[in-house]
Ligand binder design. Structure first.
Ligand SMILES: *Cc1c(COP(=O)(O)O)cnc(C)c1O
Length: 356
């Protein structure tokens, strides 16, 4: 519908990011948004039970202080090197707003997290996509040109492929005049983290999330780590937009999650094992499956179009992610669930393949 309102010319125009579907229902198998199939840690349940609801009448702690302290301690860094936000989407959005102001194009791969171009558009930041190689791996040399900042998901989504520390370090070192953001949303599932490099490079910002490896997507917790000056700049901008973003509940439960390291590692180990078994099964069904360092698989069948498999699975109540986009329109992104969930997915997929 054409907007004929007289104020229409003054409206900021943007095409929003499209998240995966959130279907409701009992027999639905949701493997489309990379959520963790396991519950949050026992300590999170415990803290939730003890939460003093009367505190909700007060504003949350300034700068989510106790969560910042716990994260700093967890990573062995200073509190001044940690910024927290409402999911890493909030943290990344604030980072675009804070650091990408040169007027020069921001660089990121052509196949990556599809929120990056959306933030660039909404904040009116010019950007330029660097094509990944044919096999979806990245060439660090593509990032050694004039630019206004760089953002790289490592491991990358939706390809599931990770880049080694040396390659990331090469990019960070080649670009001392801009901020390089490394989005480590999936790093806990087997990627190489560059978090320790924040003490070596003052232009490196690393972002993390509780939504995948910490089974807390619904709590909306994300954070960034970087040198003190980067974090200060982020806090200044954030506090110019909205001082109190994180709730009292997410601050308390976010801190509690960090206390259960054994549980955390155990869930990750299970997902990694399930991932490797599911990958083998998909390969034997005729899929090409990228080697994954994440909690999802990126797969393409040798003869059946991805869209067709996606639609057939959906009819059976199984939701995977399909992107109708150049280069990746014949791939499916499948979140790794529990062994039982993957058995159902693989049985139904085998059925679809055998119908051909
Ligand atoms: C899931 C995801 C995020 C954002 O997660 P939040 O739920 O907002 O913390 C950021 N980057 C990538 C690459 C992701 O896949």
């Amino acid at each position: 519908m054409k907007n004929t309102k007289r104020w229409a010319a003054n409206v900021r125009k943007v095409t929003p990011y499209v998240p995966g579907e959130q279907p409701q229902g009992t027999d639905i198998l949701k493997l489309n948004t990379n959520e963790n199939p396991y519950p949050p840690s026992p300590g999170v349940y415990e803290s939730h039970r003890k939460l003093d609801v009367s505190r909700f009448s007060l504003y949350p702690e300034l700068s989510a202080r106790s969560l910042v302290e716990n994260l700093a301690q967890y990573h062995g860094i200073s509190e001044k090197e940690v910024f927290v936000g409402v999911g890493s989407d909030d943290v990344l959005s604030m980072s675009f707003l804070t650091f990408f102001n040169s007027g020069k194009p921001v660089l990121f791969p052509d196949v990556t997290y599809s929120f990056y171009p959306v933030w660039a558009e909404v904040y009116q930041i010019p950007y330029e996509c660097q094509p990944l190689k044919e096999d979806f791996t990245m060439d660090a040399a593509d990032y050694e040109k004039e630019n206004g900042g760089i953002v790289i998901a490592n491991p990358n989504a939706p390809t599931s492929i990770g880049l080694c520390t040396a390659a990331i370090e090469q990019i960070v070192r080649a670009n001392p005049e801009v901020v390089v953001i490394i989005d480590e949303a999936y790093v806990d599932f087997g990627g190489e983290s560059v978090l320790p490099l924040i003490h070596k490079y003052d232009n490196l910002l690393v972002t993390r999330t509780y939504s995948k490896s910490r089974s807390m997507a619904g709590m909306r917790i994300g954070y960034a780590v970087g040198c003190e000056e980067l974090i200060q700049a982020l806090n200044d901008v954030k506090e110019s937009v909205n001082s109190y973003t994180m709730t009292t509940e997410s601050i308390v439960l976010g801190a509690a999650s960090l206390k259960d390291e054994a549980y955390f590692q155990d869930c990750i180990a299970k997902i990694v094992q399930t991932r490797e078994r599911a990958r083998d099964s998909l390969i034997s069904l005729g899929f090409d499956v990228k080697e994954s360092q994440t909690n999802f698989l990126f797969a393409s069948h040798e003869s059946i179009p991805a869209r067709q498999i996606f639609e057939r699975l959906r009819e059976k109540g199984i939701y995977v992610r399909y992107f109708d986009k150049e280069r990746i329109s014949n791939y499916l992104r499948i979140t790794v669930g529990t062994d039982e969930q993957m058995r159902r997915f693989l049985d139904e997929t085998a059925q679809i393949v055998s119908e051909k």
